[in-house]
Design a protein around this ligand. Sequence first.
Ligand SMILES: Nc1ncnc2c1ncn2[C@@H]1O[C@H](COP(=O)(O)OP(=O)(O)OP(=O)(O)O)[C@@H](O)[C@H]1O
Ligand SMILES: Nc1ncnc2c1ncn2[C@@H]1O[C@H](COP(=O)(O)OP(=O)(O)OP(=O)(O)O)[C@@H](O)[C@H]1O
Ligand SMILES: [Mg+2]
Ligand SMILES: [Mg+2]
Lengths: 257, 257
Amino acid sequence: EARLIALANQKGGVGKTTTAINVAAGLAEMGHRVLLVDFDPQGGCGIGLGLEPEGLERSIYDALLDRDVSAEDVVVPTSFPGLDIIPSNTDLAAAELLLVNEVAREQTLMRTLAPLRLKYDFIFIDCPPSLGLLTVNALTTADGVLIPLECEYYALRGMARLMDSIEKIQERLNPSLHVDGIVATMYDNRTIHGREVYERAREAFGRKVFDTVIRKTIRFAEAPVAGEPILSYASNSVGAQAYRELAKEVMERVTTR
Amino acid sequence: EARLIALANQKGGVGKTTTAINVAAGLAEMGHRVLLVDFDPQGGCGIGLGLEPEGLERSIYDALLDRDVSAEDVVVPTSFPGLDIIPSNTDLAAAELLLVNEVAREQTLMRTLAPLRLKYDFIFIDCPPSLGLLTVNALTTADGVLIPLECEYYALRGMARLMDSIEKIQERLNPSLHVDGIVATMYDNRTIHGREVYERAREAFGRKVFDTVIRKTIRFAEAPVAGEPILSYASNSVGAQAYRELAKEVMERVTTR
Ligand SMILES: Nc1ncnc2c1ncn2[C@@H]1O[C@H](COP(=O)(O)OP(=O)(O)OP(=O)(O)O)[C@@H](O)[C@H]1O
Ligand SMILES: Nc1ncnc2c1ncn2[C@@H]1O[C@H](COP(=O)(O)OP(=O)(O)OP(=O)(O)O)[C@@H](O)[C@H]1O
Ligand SMILES: [Mg+2]
Ligand SMILES: [Mg+2]
């Protein structure tokens, strides 16, 4: 049965989408069957894998809210072997308001994805930069959560609120939700500020912080233009190697638990 | 009467908060009376100006939803001369759901800020990275909107959706809302990617893009640690000068319209 892992952080621009795409690709490269669910109306996972979200007939929105559409109906293969995607588009933004008055609204995504859990080894869910109903749904569905943390002060300041929210979800909605780890992203070891923030994250969260650190490199901004993960766009780059390392570390943490 | 300007972009981490703080400070430095309203539950404007949002008795949340609290009650002076702030904290996250079923929900912020319009020359509203009810409220209240645009592909891709949303608000809720301009932020002219995205933004939006470009520099990440705008934290830096230039350009665009 698949392990479901959410990518969450309400701070914007910390590398949630980039990490979702590249850890998913890293595990697919190892031979695992991987599904990536884009649960952010921005549609970054689709764009980053060469799709045109606004051009799609159907998306995660339809599987979520239309009884006649199942999750399997909206799965699309990607050009990266072993990696499938359920894309999102701007329709998903309406879902957040529509879910407000639904019965058992926090479990809507869980019900939607249930039939796919046997078809994959891993299912990743990319979240929007907020702690609203979409992210709550993702964290209620997930077994684990990966937290990308940009090595800058504002991102560090947001961590307390994020951890509080995760705790609340563990207490009330999903007791088995586990923080699989905190990924330091956009790290620039040439700046004192970057090193200081990374050190403080290590002090505050200890072993929760992955050993693998993702350095800041322009290749990450270029890859989505080509519609590919960095793992294929710049396969031998420092960034690609870092995400392969991270995928291995995610595997270790998940299997030894 | 004050000109109200919202900082909006659903893409995360593009420099909304940094631009709100520093354009507000730039105008205060010129002698204008400026108020900054933090309308993002992350509380970045308060943090960036030396406040501890979670420690505050009251915030914008109370003025918005508590009949006995007015906007004037929650205004706090900052250490930057001429600049006041209405801070936010995590309470504001609850406001988005509470507003859903309110009558005339989109005008809640407008009603709240109305008494302050005569006390200031400019009121800036910092928005969260989403197009939900908080941002809709800000755009319904505002006379103008500043759009920070990080010079990277994902941010550029998000612009179509943002402009559509603004258009919808102009048609249905606020016909006088004007796009005051698009600010290129985190620009790194050493990368082809940065230059290409900037060129494409200029092609797509023409004169809407401000002449002033904000370069990428680590000083921006350092300033919030000191709880100051870059204008005082590193007054002679390239970043501070850029925001002074931008404040002048905002003044020109606003007065010549
Ligand atoms: N390690 C890195 N080094 C440099 N740039 C990066 C890195 N990781 C991601 N980026 C770039 O930084 C920007 C933000 O990353 P991304 O969109 O993945 O963050 P996000 O958290 O998903 O943002 P949002 O909050 O809007 O969903 C993108 O332009 C991306 O290409
Ligand atoms: N010109 C710049 N050069 C380098 N770093 C910058 C620049 N402007 C802002 N930053 C830094 O980039 C990060 C994102 O900026 P900021 O938080 O202002 O964006 P935002 O759009 O308000 O984010 P959010 O979507 O989470 O509200 C912060 O760590 C900030 O210090
Ligand atoms: Mg994202
Ligand atoms: Mg912000």
